[in-house]
Write a new protein. Structure first.
Ligand SMILES: Cc1ncc(COP(=O)(O)O)c(C=O)c1O
Length: 366
C-alpha cells in the first residue's frame, strides 16, 4: 500500500465537478480580482470561524504582516513568537520593522510556553503571536490573562488551524485578530497562494482591508500607502467550494489521529491533546529517538513523512545575528531532533491509517 504524505489530486477528484464549474464561472464573468465570489468566501469563512469580519489576502505571510501593521506594530516595538513554527511567523514581525523575540515551547504540546513568554517581556514588548501549531490551539486562556496584565496585543497565527477551538470557541476569537493560510497543503487550501485575516473589530478589519489594497477602500481614494495583497477571485471561488467539505475532512483527520493515539507503538511518544481543545490535526507529529531509521523504513514501505520543523526558528541562519544557541531554547532545540510528521489528511482512509501503524509497529518489533 502507498500512503503519500499528502494527496491533493485525490481530494480534487472527489469534488471535481463542483470545482470545475466554480472556476468556469469566474472565467466567464472575468471576476478575477474582488467581486461576488471574493465577498461570498469572506462571509462564509467568517461564519466558519464564528467571527464578525474576514479580509482575504494573497497568502498567510501577508496576512500576518498586514495584521501587525494595522495593529500599529513597527520600529522600537518587540513582538514575542514561539521558537517552533514556520519562519513566516517571525518574518512578518521583522517586515514591520519591529524586533522579533523568541519564546520556548512546551515539551508536551510543542505550543508556546506562556511562562517563557512572561520571562521575555520587556518595556518594549507590544504583542505576542501564539501559533496554533499542527492544528492545536495555543494556551489562549493563560496568554490572554498575561496579555491583559502586561498590556500586550495578541495576534493568533492560525495558518494550521482552520476550525480549531477551545471549549467550543473557534480560533480567531482570542486575540485582536487571527491570520490564516490557504497554501494548497493546508486544511483549507487554495490552488495557489491565499490567506485571510479575521477579527471581531470592524475598525481593525477595515484598516487591514485598506492596507492590503493600496491604502484604499474605494477606487483612487488612497488614504495611505499600503501594499497589493488580495485574494484573487479564482482562489476565493475554489475555497468556497472546499469550505463546504472542510468539516467532514476535519472529522476524518481527527478520526485518523484517534487511531494513531490508540495504536501507535509504545516506543513512539505522542503530543498531548489538551482537554477542551478541538485539535484539527493539520499535522500528526510524533517524537522518536531513531528518526532517520524510522523515516527510511516508512519510505521503503511507501509511507510519506515530513519534519515540522527541523531547525528551531532562533537557530536558523536568518537569525544568526541574534547570537542564540540551543541552550537558549532547550525544549524547542531538542524537539527539532525528535519530531516527525506522519500522514493525516481528509482524503486518507482508515485502512491507510492502519497500514501506517502496522508499518511503524513492524519497525519496532524488528
Ligand atoms: C504557522 C504558519 N504561519 C504562517 C504561514 C504562512 O502562510 P503562507 O505560506 O500562506 O504565506 C504558514 C504556512 O506556510 C504557517 O504554517
Amino acid at each position: 500500500m502507498n500512503v503519500p504524505f499528502l494527496d491533493l489530486k485525490k481530494q480534487y477528484d472527489s469534488i471535481k465537478p463542483e470545482i470545475d464549474s466554480a472556476i468556469q464561472e469566474i472565467i466567464n464573468s472575468s471576476a478575477f480580482i474582488g467581486g461576488a465570489a471574493h465577498k461570498k468566501f469572506e462571509e462564509a469563512f467568517a461564519a466558519h470561524q464564528n467571527v464578525k469580519f474576514c479580509v482575504g489576502v494573497a497568502n498567510g505571510t501577508d496576512a500576518l504582516y498586514v495584521a501587525l501593521k494595522s495593529m500599529g506594530l513597527g520600529a522600537e516595538d518587540e513582538v514575542i513568537v514561539p521558537a517552533n513554527s514556520f519562519i513566516a511567523t517571525s518574518e512578518a514581525v521583522s517586515l514591520t520593522g519591529a524586533r522579533v523575540v523568541f519564546a520556548d515551547v512546551s515539551r508536551a504540546t510543542a505550543l508556546i510556553d506562556v511562562a517563557d513568554v512572561e520571562r521575555k517581556i520587556t518595556a518594549k514588548t507590544k504583542a505576542v503571536i501564539p501559533v496554533h501549531l499542527y492544528g492545536q490551539p495555543a494556551p489562549m486562556k493563560e496568554l490572554k490573562a498575561l496579555a491583559q496584565k502586561r498590556g500586550l496585543k495578541i495576534l493568533e497565527d492560525s495558518a494550521q488551524a482552520h476550525g480549531a477551538a477551545i471549549d467550543g470557541v473557534r480560533v480567531g476569537n482570542f486575540g485582536e485578530a487571527a491570520t490564516f493560510s490557504f497554501f494548497p497543503g493546508k486544511n483549507l487550501g487554495a490552488y495557489g497562494d491565499g490567506g485571510a485575516i479575521v477579527s471581531n473589530s470592524q475598525e481593525l478589519a477595515e484598516k487591514c482591508r485598506m492596507y492590503a489594497n493600496h491604502g484604499r477602500l474605494d477606487k483612487y481614494d488612497h488614504k495611505m500607502e499600503g501594499i497589493n495583497s488580495r485574494l484573487d477571485g479564482l482562489q476565493a471561488a475554489i475555497l468556497s467550494v472546499k469550505l463546504k467539505h472542510l468539516e467532514k475532512w476535519t472529522e476524518q483527520r481527527i478520526a485518523i489521529a484517534d487511531h494513531y493515539d490508540k495504536h501507535l507503538s509504545k516506543e513512539v511518544e505522542r503530543f498531548e491533546r489538551v482537554q477542551g481543545n478541538r485539535h484539527v490535526y493539520h499535522l500528526y507529529v510524533i517524537k522518536v529517538k531513531d528518526r532517520e531509521a524510522l523515516q527510511a523504513h516508512l519510505k521503503e514501505k511507501g509511507v510519506g513523512t515530513g519534519i515540522h520543523y527541523p531547525i528551531a526558528l532562533p537557530l536558523l541562519k536568518a537569525y544568526a545575528h541574534l547570537g542564540h544557541t540551543e541552550k537558549d531554547f532547550p525544549v524547542a532545540s531538542r524537539l527539532c531532533k525528535e519530531i516527525m510528521s506522519i500522514p493525516v489528511d481528509g482524503a486518507m482512509t482508515m485502512d491507510q491509517a492502519r497500514y501506517v501503524t502496522d508499518v511503524i509497529g513492524g519497525f519496532y518489533s524488528k
